[in-house]
Design a protein around this ligand. Structure first.
Ligand code: UDX
Length: 446
């Protein structure tokens, strides 16, 4: 009898990528894969012919999007509107499966409502955390810090170290600037409680990267942990991209010198204002370093795409810069022309860069990105942190430091050594190899 596992991704790009990569890993181990998903941001079933896909309408209006400014409200609304349609869908999937047994449900941690549904249908639930282990600890520390009166962060304390979660400083705590700060407390409380009630936690990280942080996270969440990442390294890149990836990125990179290009992308949610956009553009141009820049439509407040870039900007680049709406990021980072990644430090982007040995310039926006950025710059020391005001002169200097200075050379060496270290985790006896083995045994025993 084949064992079926039902996976339920949260409908945001970074979260969908991790869940579908996990699905591919489990499928390769012989499990049957059934994906239950919202019709919103649906993955393309044609790219995963071996999986069964079951979708349901999430009950929100088409116009209700997950933007940086109301992400938490979006998460909370979905956790209410999906209860009934998800339960109906899961019930159908589990009763349809006449020959194969549904052994468990794996959901994104953010789907905290799904624990009650799993309990009701008597299906064990395992949680996927799409963030780093260090972020789990940082999120867990927030309520105690709030009780101690440390939150909201005081201007005079932004650079103060946080002893509970070193090497983080107060300004790195994963708070989100929201209209309703209580929303974050509510989501963290719900996510924490329902994760502790689940049968186990799967992490897209590796002990080679965050082994020293694992015990602390497990203390906060005393359930079995399976640290089996980085997921994307198990297979060549697969497409769970919600936007069309512009392949001219690769043909343009083919014409550039090895390690000469800085790749710039701020992920799928972060947005910037027009003034910052102009500083980035001029900082890139003035650095005189070739660049590949992803400007996601809608990511600049108040404009559709590049209409506010003066035409003189593009003319003065003389082909040194290439701007696309969305890139095949994994292939880009693996390209020999790439010498650095200016990133918002989403966890997927951070892992993808580490796994290619590409040093980073960190410009985190919100939430766990700030934790990841501090780890990149101060813990693994494989990148620079753009901490001061975003200004073209600072940007130009940071790019030169990373791409042309001896300091950048040292950072690059460390990035290559970190990549080699992470490569070990998949080999026999490596931490992710062993943990995947335990996960297989665990799933088979359910
Ligand atoms: C969100 C949060 O912002 C992040 O902090 C959290 O850790 C996961 O969820 P996102 O902002 O999209 O994710 O960032 P990230 O985690 O880096 O995921 C983006 C994904 O989109 C990556 O897998 C990346 O390869 C892909 N991508 C990005 C593309 O395929 N093309 C692009 O042009 C840019």
């Amino acid at each position: 009898m084949v064992i079926t596992i039902v996976l339920f991704p949260f409908p945001l790009q970074g979260h969908i990528n991790s869940m579908l990569q996990l699905a591919r890993i489990l499928h390769s181990l012989g499990f049957n894969i059934s994906i239950v998903h919202t019709q919103r941001n649906s993955p393309n079933p044609h790219n995963f012919p071996h999986f069964t896909f079951n979708s349901f309408p999430d009950g929100l209006l088409e116009t209700e999007h997950a933007s940086e400014s109301d992400l938490l409200a979006f998460i909370m609304r979905l956790n209410v509107s999906c209860i009934v349609p998800f339960r109906d869908c899961l019930q159908k999937v589990s009763s349809n499966d006449s020959e194969d047994r549904v052994a468990c449900l794996i959901t994104d941690a953010v789907w905290y409502f799904s624990q009650a549904v799993a309990d009701e249908l008597k299906i064990p639930r395992i949680v996927l955390r799409c963030t780093s282990i260090s972020s789990i600890s940082a999120f867990s520390a927030l309520s105690a810090l709030r009780e101690k009166g440390c939150l909201p962060i005081k201007d005079s304390e932004v650079d103060k170290a946080v002893p509970e979660v070193l090497p983080l400083k107060m300004k790195d705590l994963p708070v989100v600037h929201e209209k309703n700060p209580e929303d974050l407390q509510q989501i963290l409380a719900n996510t924490g409680r329902e994760t502790r009630a689940s049968a186990g936690l799967i992490s897209n990280s590796s002990e080679e990267l965050e082994g020293t942080k694992l015990a602390g996270a497990q203390e906060a969440i005393p359930i079995p942990f399976f640290v089996i990442g980085p997921f994307h390294k198990y297979f060549p890149a697969s497409s769970s991209s919600l936007l069309v990836q512009d392949m001219s990125s690769i043909s343009w990179l083919n014409k550039q010198k090895p390690e000469s290009v800085i790749y710039v992308s701020l992920g799928s949610i972060a947005s910037i204002d027009e003034a910052k956009f102009q500083e980035i553009a001029w900082g890139l141009a003035n650095s005189e370093q070739p660049f590949l820049w992803v400007v996601r439509p809608g990511s600049i407040c108040g404009s559709d795409w590049l209409e506010h870039l003066p035409s003189v900007f593009l003319e003065m680049l003389y082909g040194k810069g290439h701007i696309v709406k969305w890139a095949p990021q994994q292939e880009v980072l693996a390209h020999q022309a790439i010498g650095g990644f200016w990133t918002h430090c989403g966890w997927n982007s951070t892992l993808e860069s580490i796994c290619e040995g590409v040093p980073m310039i960190c410009m985190p926006s919100f939430g766990d990105q700030k934790v990841n950025a501090r780890y990149v710059s101060d813990f693994w020391r494989v990148g620079l942190h753009l901490e001061d005001k975003l200004e073209r002169g600072e940007i130009e200097r940071a790019i030169r430091r990373l791409m042309a200075d001896p300091e950048g050379e040292a950072i690059r060496d460390r990035a290559v050594r970190l990549k080699d270290k992470v490569d070990q985790c998949f080999k026999e006896g490596g931490s992710s190899y062993r943990s995947l083995d335990s996960l297989t045994g665990f799933l088979s025993s359910l």
